[in-house]
Ligand binder design. Sequence first.
Ligand code: GTP
Length: 296
Amino acid sequence: MAEASNFKAGFVSIVGKPNVGKSSLMNKLMGENLSIITAKAQTTRHRIMGILNGDDFQVVYSDTPGILEPKYSLHEAMMSFVKVSLEDADAILLVVSVEDAFDAELFERFKHLTTPILLVLNKIDLIKDSQVNEKIAYWKNSLPNLREVVTVSAKTGAQVDTLLPKLLTLMPVHPAYFPQDEFTDRTERFFAQEIIREKIFLNYEQEIPYSTEVSVTSFKEEADIIRIAATIYVERDSQKGIIIGKAGSSLKKVGMEARKDMEAFFAKKIFLETHVKVADNWRKEKFKLRQFGYLE
Ligand SMILES: Nc1nc2c(ncn2[C@@H]2O[C@H](COP(=O)(O)OP(=O)(O)OP(=O)(O)O)[C@@H](O)[C@H]2O)c(=O)[nH]1
């Protein structure tokens, strides 16, 4: 153990537009699948902390929802999570994809921040090695307060390990914020919900994933099994039928896929029971957002 006086601890906010690979990056930095990942934008709805503990450091990463123009109350809540995470941050990982062009509106939000910013140029597996320097040059002057452009592939993991040493130079000397055997601020129920939500994003198209919320109503751990009951909420009655599918086939598939991932995540046998209910217009109604944990 290092001397307490050398111990470093701090918060690192992972931010960027939807679908650039923030959750993939957080998972690689943590070596754990804490955040759900799908090819659809706006998968992440909450700020999710991943706590990386070392002998002489604790880095608290925050995966955040993709930055967008809010269209309804859920979006507003999502953007407030991004804002709070930026306020807390000792360092910011601003993630862009190699496929993106400079977005003046997005970068305007970061221009005046005093917190050190590393621009993480992600998805380098999609371009040739010979194009990398050109891309770095393109992004190098995108912000006056940018420390560095770091290239990674959050999908393959390439060069992700270059980030931690750079971040540690930016972390203040500070005692640990969380007990050192904890790796997230989220509960087991939350991860069960997120795993079901991921399967809904993967199995349904168009508005269905965005209209869906999952709530774990019961989580009972026994000696050799965890019994989980979850309710899947949709916004309209017609969506209920789509979620359930012909003779229950779609819901059964979601349940089976979720159970398999939960068994890997919790390292235990899982019994999963799902119900589908309608919560009219939940994305726009403050009291429902509060009930689902999006508002204080
Ligand atoms: N080729 C490639 N794909 C990637 C990489 N990183 C992420 N992806 C893919 O990009 C998509 C979005 O990844 P996420 O990690 O969910 O992105 P996000 O920024 O958290 O997305 P939101 O939740 O919408 O904010 C998924 O299909 C990932 O597999 C990468 O380095 N290379």
